[in-house]
Design a protein around this ligand. Structure first.
Ligand SMILES: Nc1ncnc2c1ncn2[C@@H]1O[C@H](COP(=O)(O)OP(=O)(O)OP(=O)(O)O)[C@@H](O)[C@H]1O
Ligand SMILES: [Mg+2]
Length: 222
């Protein structure tokens, strides 16, 4: 489903402080694969994930997602692909703190063309699938780290994306909670989703089908 060819990403291009964060990354990820991305701090892992998520665009190279070259698409079309096909879970959760869990999970459905009447049931279903149904009405700022992470996952999966991208989803959690969150990703993988997890945690990477290591903007193994 994913083919990256010679992707280069430069921050502040054509400026004195230009910085090449990805220096020619080529990578193929098959449908249904559970992939870990590892590497030192600053290696380019989040940059790679942002490109995969269509949040950011590469300076050169191509990114083909389900047969479509997304590098060439307009921002509008990329936003639609992001909403329909991709669920992202960011390390800082990126939830709206004074919204309830349910309100956070409803948000992507408001952007998608989901009929209003069905939204609440879909959001509740997503919360239930991560064991958070009973917290639906709680403001997110009253939840623990692991609970917030579950809400972030529910929000990422509510549109039923085929591709789920997570940046250090267990980084802020104790090892027991981290494993519970990993079990949620493994369950999604078992349902046939393609899952990419950036992690520093060897115990998390060991549970993936495959580990891709990135160093100084290049893939060095995997
Ligand atoms: N917006 C930006 N502007 C300029 N440089 C950036 C920007 N974002 C990242 N970089 C630089 O690009 C390189 C790769 O950053 P990236 O965030 O992808 O690393 P990472 O592998 O995710 O690191 P970490 O494990 O610390 O999250 C780093 O050297 C970083 O300083
Ligand atoms: Mg990062």
């Amino acid at each position: 489903m994913i083919i990256l060819q010679n992707i280069k990403k430069v921050y502040h291009p054509r400026r004195a402080n230009a910085f090449e964060a990805l220096k020619g990354v080529s990578l193929e990820i098959a449908d249904g694969e559970l992939t870990a991305v590892i590497g030192r701090s600053g290696a380019g892992k989040s940059t790679l994930l942002h490109i995969l998520a269509c949040i950011d665009r590469a300076e050169s190279g191509s990114y083909t997602l389900d047969g479509t070259d997304v590098t060439a698409l307009s921002e509008r079309k990329r936003a639609r692909i992001r909403n329909e096909k991709i669920g992202t879970v960011m390390q800082d959760f990126a939830l709206i703190n004074d919204f309830t869990a349910l309100e956070n999970v409803l948000l992507p459905l408001e952007f998608a063309r989901t009929k209003k009447a069905g939204r609440r049931a879909l959001a509740m279903q997503a919360l239930a699938s991560v064991g958070m149904a009973e917290y639906a009405g709680k403001p997110v700022n009253k939840l623990s780290g692991g609970q917030k992470q579950r809400v972030a996952i529910a929000r990422a999966i509510v549109n039923e994306p085929a591709l789920i991208l997570a940046d250090e989803p267990t980084g802020a959690l104790d090892s027991k909670t981290a494993q519970e969150i990993m079990d949620v990703f493994k369950a999604l993988h078992q349902q046939g989703k393609t899952v990419v997890i950036v992690t520093h945690d060897a115990a998390i990477a060991a549970q993936c089908d495959r580990t891709v290591e990135i160093a100084d903007g290049l893939i060095v193994s995997g």
